[in-house]
Design a protein around this ligand. Structure first.
Ligand code: SAM
Length: 290
């Protein structure tokens, strides 16, 4: 079927028909621009072979577009009042399955196992902005079989995900995302493409999962611990930021030696380091732990 949603008139009509109002606490900003919807589907590079996992289908706008492009769509929605709406708006799309759940409480690895025989899925979503980071990091860390994730996020969050050292947006999120995936900014999306309008600009970003991590680390947990500690207080030197590692049993000398190995001097700041350099630090320190 051709998508019927994705414009202001039909969105208002569905809302009226089902006596719905927007729930701010669930981050509900529905897409009302067909060009943006086409752009998301194109950026996600969906084929008729693919299973798409959609997070937060809302009234089913993006879902209709995804269902047309993919073999199968599984959509997870938290809001009970939207479940009958989705049954209505998706009735002509037999390849869609809606699951009423909080995505953060769902075992997505098991879901992909069951719905796609464990083969990697493509995640596509206009994300609820209040939980963008936990959703994205959860998908990576819990090893959900996934080829790519194409998501609408706040513009500022998209910038943080794709930037490198030397920019003021660079931080723990940039490094965490880039450890797992290659970011590509597909589109900037202004507030008037949504109903109601969000207070911030948005962007569509595609994160293509690396088949092999770009750096080799012996201890991933330690790598992320170091990254978090380095950016905890931005204006401090790396040596100062990493003091908290002493709680994990590292001595002051061990930390200083590891920093020295970078050859960047003792006053280098965390925000100047690349992922490769963080990996060197992590490997130096994990060797000392043995
Ligand atoms: N996909 C629709 C669109 O593009 O028009 C709606 C996107 S809206 C930004 C975010 C959707 O995520 C809402 O439908 C909201 O109810 C849902 N949502 C919020 N928190 C959720 C959660 N924890 N688990 C699943 N869905 C959630």
């Amino acid at each position: 079927a051709e998508p019927s949603l994705g414009n202001p008139q039909n969105t208002i009509e569905i809302l009226k028909k089902h006596r719905l109002s927007f729930k701010k606490r669930y981050g509900q900003n529905f897409l009302i621009d067909p060009h943006v919807l086409d752009k998301i589907v194109a950026a996600a590079e969906i084929t008729k072979e693919d299973m798409v996992l959609e997070i937060g289908p809302g009234i089913g706008t993006l879902t209709q577009y995804l269902a047309k492009a993919a073999r199968k769509v599984v959509a997870v929605e938290i809001d009970a009042s939207l479940i009958p709406v989705l049954a209505d708006t998706l009735q002509e799309y037999p390849n869609v399955k809606v699951i009423h759940q909080d995505v953060l409480k769902l075992d997505l690895k098991e879901l992909v196992e069951k719905e796609n025989e464990g083969r990697p899925v493509k995640v596509v979503a206009n994300l609820p902005y209040y939980i963008t980071t936990p959703i994205i990091m959860g998908l990576f860390e819990k090893e959900v079989p996934m080829e790519s994730m194409t998501v609408m996020v706040q513009k500022e969050v998209a910038d943080r995900m794709k930037t490198g050292p030397g920019s003021k947006e660079y931080g723990a999120l940039s490094l965490a995302v880039q450890y797992y995936a290659k970011p590509y900014l597909a589109a900037n999306v202004p507030p008037n493409c949504f109903m109601p309008r969000p207070n911030v600009g948005s962007a569509v970003i595609r994160l293509t999962r690396h088949t092999e991590p770009p750096v080799e680390v012996e201890d991933e947990t330690l790598l992320f611990q170091i990254i978090r500690a380095s950016f905890h207080q931005r204006r401090k030197t790396l040596a100062n930021g990493l003091k908290t590692l002493r709680e994990s049993g590292f001595t002051k000398e061990e930390i200083e030696e590891a920093i020295e190995k970078l050859g960047r001097g003792s006053s280098v700041r965390g925000e100047a380091l690349t992922l490769e350099e963080f990996a060197v630090l992590a490997n130096e320190l994990s060797r000392k732990q043995e």
